[in-house]
Each structure stands twice: as structure tokens, then as C-alpha cells.
Design a protein around this ligand. Structure first.
Ligand code: 2P0
Length: 329
């Protein structure tokens, strides 16, 4: 027959998230269970679009094309390991072709592993015929990368630390409308991966236990500030908590330091603007780029104040992972 039989396939879109209460440390490396919960904003920018197509029975290996080039090494290994997990859940042995396009620079601290594994979790689980609800999808994405559990969720998410695979998932939390002014101080790939630096922190920092306790306290306080719609308190917790994370990371042996002089300059702009009455607070992930959290009314003023310190982009809360239909809509 000349009729073309289409193979099972699915395409999903997901966005990175920026944590306002950070995830830094695992209690279980295999299941990716964190030592404490975290809270984030899913962004309305820097989409990852991923297609998973099942190959014919008998195909021996998976393939992974990332940003138009065949992936190898760690990215390929992590993708294949993730597909192995999906296949185990689906009771399938079929290999797959994965194609993924990232709008954010990979490894520059814009959490491309979060959007990447969130999109892969939705596309792969759909292509393999699993029908997962939001919680199950968040748990699945977590197995690829911890922060990906939060990119499944619309707008603002809390990732509950949990104590096992079932209880460690993200879900939506109500919070006021906020903006992040992202200042890309340096777009190069970071020298030490989050995964490696987290392990080093757990093994060598004398402050690790205090960090875990303070994260639990920050998350409780953040949850209350969100419920109260208190943008100022949300910002204050965000900045203190982020600087505590960088403090515990720089207390490792050998030390790891992600913030650069240009990052500190952006935090200083927030201090100066606050003196003028602008509600603006800094945060930074495992890299030198800084996000300034502010209200929608102040976003333009904040963006103007950091002009010249890096590439500037204003983003707001965005959608969780979504499937695209066959027309790409
Ligand atoms: C976060 N980060 O909460 C924190 C803040 C970076 C700094 O989650 O090992 O890529 O794949 O679970 O999720 C980055 O770490 O680590 C991260 P894995 P992940 O957003």
C-alpha cells in the first residue's frame, strides 16, 4: 500500500520558571526529591518547543536534535534516561526521535532544563499514550530536572518537597501580578552545573543544615505573603532568600561563586531604587544573570534603570506546559 501510516507523535511547549524561593539540594538523587520546597513564577517568554515521535518497532536507539544539531554527551544521556523512565511507565520498548528548540540561551541560567524537561515530559507521555493529570505530569518532569516540576504549572507554583515520589510535585498558588526584569549580564554557559554544585554544597558547606531550615521558613512566609497579596513582602523574601542561596554556595570547598561584578551592580540598582520608593528586589540563579522583581506599574522604570548593565527583558507570569495540535496552534 502507498498509504502513509502516521506514527504516534506529540508536540509540547513549556517555559522556564524563576524561583522566588529556591531549590538547592536533594535528599534523593535518583528520584530528585528536594531537601525543601520551593516557589516560582513560570515565565511568558523563552519557550522550549519539543516534538517526540515514536520510531518503527525494532529501531535500536533514540535520537535527539537540539536547536537544529544532533545532541551528544550529557544532554543526550539525560534525554535517553528520561525516555527510558517514560517507556517503563508505558510498558513500551519503542525508541523515539526527539526534536527540541529553545528560545533561551542554553546553560545561561535561564533554567532551560526546566522548560526542556517540562516540554519533554508532556510530549513524551502523550506520544507513548500515557494520560497524566497535572500532578502526575509534574512528578514526571521532576525526574528529568527538579525545577521542571514547576514549569508544568501556570503562573505561580509551589513545589512541595514531599517525602517520596508520590508526594513531591508542584501545584499552582495564587499570587499578585508581578514582573521580572531580566538582566543578562553574561550569556555564556556556566562553569559548574547546578546539579554538581548542589552535591558539593551538601557535602562540604558547614551551613547546609541552616540553609535547609531557612528555606522551609522562607517558603512558609512566602506562602502567607502570596495569600495576603503583599508584593513588597514577596520581594523582600525573594531577595534575602536568593542571597542566602549564593552565600551557602560560596561556602563550599572548593568555593563556587556564580555572581559576577556585573551581577552585584544590578543588585545595587535595586537598593538605589528602593531608596526612591520603588518596590524592586533582586534574585539570581546558578549564574551571573539577575532578575529584578517588581510590580507591573514599575517595570518600565526598573528596566530603564538597568540599561547598559546587560541585555534587558521584561517578563510576566506565563502558562504551564501545553500540547500543540497538528496545525501547530
Ligand atoms: C531553582 N535552580 O529553584 C534553583 C535555583 C538553580 C538555582 O533548580 O539537578 O536544573 O536537574 O534537579 O533543577 C537548577 O537546578 O537541577 C535550579 P536538577 P535543576 O530554580
Amino acid at each position: 500500500s502507498t498509504e502513509k501510516t502516521s506514527r504516534p507523535a506529540a508536540t509540547a511547549v513549556a517555559h522556564p520558571n524563576i524561583a522566588l524561593v529556591k531549590y538547592w539540594g536533594k535528599r534523593d538523587d535518583e528520584l530528585i526529591l528536594p531537601v525543601a520546597g520551593s516557589m516560582s513564577m513560570t515565565l511568558d517568554a523563552f519557550a522550549t518547543t519539543t516534538t517526540v515521535e515514536l520510531l518503527e518497532e525494532g529501531a535500536a536507539t533514540d535520537s535527539f536534535i537540539l536547536n537544529d544539531a544532533p545532541a551528544s554527551g550529557k544532554p543526550l544521556e539525560r534525554t535517553v534516561a528520561f525516555l527510558d523512565h517514560v517507556r517503563a511507565l508505558a510498558g513500551s520498548e519503542r525508541r523515539a526521535a526527539v526534536t527540541s528548540v529553545n528560545e533561551a540561551p542554553t546553560g545561561a541560567g535561564l533554567a532551560s532544563s526546566a522548560s526542556g524537561f517540562a516540554a519533554l515530559a508532556l510530549a513524551a507521555s502523550t506520544a507513548y499514550g500515557l494520560e497524566l493529570d497535572e500532578r502526575a505530569l509534574s512528578r514526571l518532569a521532576r525526574r528529568g530536572s527538579g525545577s521542571a516540576s514547576r514549569s508544568i504549572i501556570d503562573r505561580y507554583a509551589v513545589w512541595h518537597a514531599g517525602t517520596d515520589d508520590e508526594s513531591s510535585f508542584a501545584e499552582e498558588i495564587e499570587a499578585p501580578d508581578l514582573r521580572l526584569v531580566i538582566v543578562t549580564v553574561d550569556a555564556r554557559e556556566k562553569a559548574v552545573s547546578s546539579r554538581e554544585a548542589m552535591r558539593l554544597t551538601a557535602q562540604t558547606s558547614p551551613f547546609y543544615e541552616a540553609w535547609i531550615g531557612s528555606t522551609e521558613a522562607s517558603l512558609e512566609e512566602m506562602t502567607r505573603a502570596c495569600a495576603a497579596g503583599d508584593a513588597t513582602r514577596i520581594g523582600e523574601i525573594t531577595e534575602s532568600h536568593a542571597l542566602r542561596m549564593h552565600a551557602v554556595i560560596s561556602s563550599t570547598e572548593p568555593p563556587v561563586r556564580y555572581l559576577a561584578p556585573g551581577s552585584v551592580a544590578v543588585f545595587d540598582v535595586a537598593v538605589r531604587l528602593r531608596e526612591q520608593g520603588v518596590p524592586v528586589y533582586g534574585t539570581a540563579d546558578a549564574g551571573p544573570n539577575v532578575c529584578l522583581l517588581t510590580t507591573p506599574e514599575h517595570a518600565d522604570q526598573v528596566a530603564a534603570a538597568v540599561e547598559g548593565l546587560g541585555e534587558v527583558r521584561v517578563v510576566g507570569p506565563g502558562p504551564g506546559a501545553r500540547l500543540l495540535d497538528e496545525q501547530g496552534a
